[in-house]
Design a protein around this ligand. Sequence first.
Ligand SMILES: [Mn+2]
Length: 429
Amino acid sequence: MNRSLIPKLIEEQNKKFAKEHQFHFNYLGEAISRKGFEIAALLKKIKNFQVAIPSWALGTGGTRFGRFPMGGEPRNLEEKIEDIGLIHLLNKSSNSISLHVPWDKPADITAIRQSLKANDLVIDSVNSNTFQNQSDQKHSYKFGSLCHVEKHVRAQAIAHNLECIEHGEKLNAKTLTVWLADGSNFPGQHHFRKAYEHTHESLAKICKGLPTDWNMLIEYKPYEPNFYSMVIPDWGTSYSLCQSLGTQANVLVDLGHHLPNANIEQIVARLMHFGRLGGFHFNGSMYGDDDLTTGSIKPYQFFLIFNELVDGMEDRKVKNPSLAWMIDASHNTKDPLEDLMQSVEMILNTYAKALLVDRKKLSEAQEENDVVRAEEILKESFQTDTRPLVAEAMKQKGGALKPIDVFRAARVRDTLIQQRGKSSLATGL
Ligand SMILES: [Mn+2]
């Protein structure tokens, strides 16, 4: 990929859209100012918001039925860094990578560091994988990892997590994310309390291996790949583990890891109230862990979730750690890079909408039990077209007003196919 051509293209395209953009930005700016919001302050917050991209989201993912690669997929970690660097170059809002071990085990640390620097990126978190067997491992995870009935299997899974921390330390990461596929498929298979105890004991050992400036995020998921029970199926289980493990462990909410119609915004509010929300995985979902583009199916629900996030972040009484933001998707229909750019723009726009909620008025309406007014205040923000604000934020940082347009004008995918081949496959799901 010839990155050096992109800045000029961004400049050309921004020029092309400048007049139209200015018209919409002025209009929105005027409307927002009249409501008492400061444009400069809003722009600053949006400009500071960065979303991590996972190393496994750069190829066309598959389902258990098939995989249809589109060509030009990154063949190694260096090429994945280049792809994420390109997204960041276009939107200036995705400055970090979440690394998966062992799919993207960093081999040549010096080269990876240089590549990160050249692409203006940092490593955000390291994700362990005990949901698959690797060719060089001694014991199988077929019946679980950290929860396993046999001590040596648990020890192997613990050692893998500690190895992830080691890799992360070399690259300046500060977070270990643990998601467990552990669970059972049939009644009677697991002794629920024992499975929890083993998991707790294993996580405590991993926690002991965390450097003092590191965090561990514990993700939950109600079903899949196990369908009768998961050891950490819900936020309550994850929260109970974190409470007992200490302040370095916090709960991670993945939007797709809930049963249909779960009130995720209330879960977010609850966890922030306890100061235990550590991170967030963005994706879109119709039924479950669908990994669709963020906000593509239920944008209003996504807004309500962001509304709680912003409420918690802006309230000084809330003592919640700063949050790690990441897109967790593995897309199988769109060009993964376009999909990620769509997600980032959706995240920024929804954040902007949540920033526009008049919290004082909302609180007054709530205190007066004025249900209609409270709901209308939220709807007014949700229905505000914040796109000019987000575009302006990206432009001010040197990015494109319309990142996907530049991506297409630069014919990036064609170039990647030429360089990497039609059938290159990225590691991942
Ligand atoms: Mn996730």
